[in-house]
Write a protein that binds this ligand. Structure first.
Ligand code: AGP
Length: 612
């Protein structure tokens, strides 16, 4: 999510770090910093804002420095400020650390270091704990101190540490967050992403989970999780700068679709107790009594986020038994909802800056409702103005068409639904545990949906769809909002007119448009109403419509009744949208590519709509 660059060699380190950080800034970061080794001291310079602000703050000082680490931050714990920016220093200033990822047990480590060692913390970040922990273990050997420190850590990390007493050395560690070593001649590099390295070297080694590396200008040594040295394969990078920014994919949208297993894993992190099967939402600042008394929830959002809200409604009503109204924000602000006590508003916004959503939030607050925001951007307007925030940890989303942000919004809403149900006692413990288990299994199931074989099946279907100017998406219950999201995505980037229709509504009008060959994408994941959906499909078949069903592999009957199927792994009805929507994203993507549209920046649209 954040960007890391490290350098040890013969050049002006500050320049190498700033240039490297600039190459990572395309993802939209909010603060940056560097630490430079100068005369036995680690000098840290940080700035909220862009890398250009950091460059100004550095003001070309420290030209003689040859070693340093740098970081651009995408805030998760604590807003984007100078203090929260990396690198973080240990108490004595002897150790500095840059870190990507999330330290799940940072609170208990913070407590331990404060109580046992009297350390004081300067920032609100989880990452700062690493600097102190490494100093706590440091006995003239940075590598050993890092190894001991990460043994105490739960969570994900790509980290680079430097120590003023070992001036040429950088030590790296990786778990669930990428880190790449760049090999040079009398100099070596480390970065979280390849674009930061390309100007200097194309010879790289990719670190694996559990590995460590110690880097000096002349040598890089890798160690496995047992601290034994390992030989690594050297990879020659052939990508150009643009391809590297997209992780080798043709478009940011595809990269972001492929990042969904990791984004879901991050959003679940720290919010479910695996052993008890319980959801723990510390962010939700409602007393059990307030939750028991909740009479109604308003969900307010736009576009894709609105579609997430529709799934949220069905999940909350089903699991927690609370009535939910979902509004498009631009409509909510001009209607007259009947506000009363014991109501909660939930606003959903990837960017946190959507003008209509903000207006809905303000209206709800002005009428005395508590507002929970679900957003992907720490420090955004929505997150600042809401009473409580549940962040999705999808990382920066660049393509205008929202994909990973949507899927993590679904995860956040499921967590809310299960949490409310737990407290209200509306869900048996075994059922709650089954759903939690299902959520935890989502990253692996998503990987199946994104496998080469699955993608090839979608591509084959898109060869058909690409020739049409109209398409229908149909579904019932939880499949219906997914149909709406699938249609929006297809319209947005392929410019094919797509209409979503509740499958049972076809006969009340839209059926008039079905004739031979018209593409109908049917979402068929709801076991409880499988027969109903199948009978709606028969009606389409009878008019010659060409049905492509997105269904579950165990629904064997479906394939006999449609033209072609795309099989999802077996999944609980309630959670199915997480998997099914991903196949609709792939349909939109490959159809848009087939039609030669501008995938990442579709015509007439913007990533963040800050006007009414
Ligand atoms: C999604 O693909 C769209 N680009 C759009 O509908 C978007 O979801 C909407 O504008 C809301 O944005 P937000 O989540 O940043 O508030």
């Amino acid at each position: 999510m954040c960007g890391i660059v490290g350098y040890t060699g013969k050049r002006e380190a500050g320049r190498v770090l700033i240039e490297g950080l600039k190459k990572l800034e395309y993802r939209g970061y909010d603060s940056a910093g560097v630490a430079l080794q100068e005369n036995g001291q680690l000098i840290v310079t940080k700035a909220a804002g862009s890398v250009a602000d950091l460059e100004k703050a550095l003001n070309d000082q420290f030209k003689e420095v040859r070693v340093g680490v740098g970081h651009t931050r995408w805030a998760t714990h604590g807003p984007p400020t100078d203090l929260n920016a990396h690198p973080h220093s240990s108490v004595s200033g002897k150790i500095v650390v840059v870190h990507n990822g999330i330290i799940e047990n940072h609170r208990s480590l913070r407590r331990r270091l404060t109580e046992e060692a009297g350390y004081r913390f300067n920032s609100e970040t989880d990452s700062e704990v690493l600097a102190h922990l490494i100093e706590y273990y440091y006995q003239d050997d940075l590598l050993e101190a890092v190894q001991r420190a990460v043994a105490d850590v739960e969570g994900s990390y790509a980290l680079v540490a430097a120590c003023s007493e070992e001036p040429d050395l950088l030590v790296c560690a990786r778990q669930d967050s990428p880190l790449i070593i760049g090999l040079g001649d009398g100099e070596n590099f480390v970065a979280s992403d390849i674009p930061a390295l390309l100007a200097h070297t194309r010879k790289t080694c990719i670190m694996e989970d559990g590995e460590f590396a110690s880097i000096t200008p002349d040598k890089v040594i890798f160690y496995d999780a047992d601290s034994l040295p390992v030989e690594k394969e050297v990879l020659q990078i052939t990508w150009n700068q643009e391809a590297a920014e997209k992780g080798g994919y043709d478009h940011f949208m595809l990269k972001e679709i492929m990042e969904q297993p990791a984004a879901v894993r991050e959003t679940l992190r720290q919010r479910v107790d695996v052993s008890s099967g319980l959801v723990e939402l510390q962010e939700l600042d409602l007393t059990p009594e307030q939750i028991l008394n909740l009479d109604k929830i308003y969900i307010i959002a736009c576009g894709t986020a609105y579609h997430a809200g529709l799934v949220g409604k069905l999940a909350i009503e089903k699991l927690a038994g609370i009535p939910v109204e979902v509004d498009v924000a631009s409509e909510f602000r001009y209607r007259t909802p009947v506000f009363a006590e014991n109501q909660l508003a939930v606003v959903i916004s990837q960017s946190g800056e959507t003008a209509d959503t903000l207006a809905g939030l303000r209206m709800a607050r002005a009428r005395g409702l508590k507002v929970l925001a679900i957003t992907n951007v720490v420090g955004s307007s929505v997150s600042r103005e809401a009473d409580q925030v549940l962040y999705t940890w999808a990382g920066p989303e660049i393509a205008v068409a929202s994909t990973k942000a949507y899927v993590t919004q679904l995860v956040a809403l499921y967590l809310v639904a299960i949490y409310l149900a737990q407290i209200r006692g509306t869900l048996e413990a075994a059922k709650a545990a089954e759903l939690v288990k299902g959520l935890l299994g989502m990253p692996d199931q998503l990987k199946q949906v994104l496998s080469e074989e699955s993608v090839a099946a979608i591509q084959a279907y898109c060869d058909y769809l690409v020739k049409w100017d109209h398409a229908f998406f149909i579904g019932r219950n939880l499949d219906y909002p997914v149909a709406m999201e699938g249609a929006l995505k297809l319209k947005e980037i392929s410019y094919i007119h797509a209409e979503a229709c509740a499958a049972g509504e076809l006969k009340h009008g839209p059926l008039a448009l079905i004739e031979k060959g018209v593409p109908v994408i049917a979402l068929v994941t709801q076991e409880a109403i499988l027969d109903k959906t199948l009978s709606n499909i028969q009606v389409v078949n009878a008019r010659g419509g060409a049905v492509f069903a997105i269904t579950r592999e165990d629904f064997k009957d479906v394939s006999r009744q449609v033209d072609s199927v795309f099989n999802l792994p077996r999944v609980n009805d309630v959670l199915a949208p997480i998997l099914s929507v991903v196949s609709t994203q792939l349909i939109a993507y490959y159809t848009a590519v087939g039609r030669g549209s501008s995938v990442d920046k579709p015509r007439n649209l913007a990533k963040s709509v800050t006007v009414e």
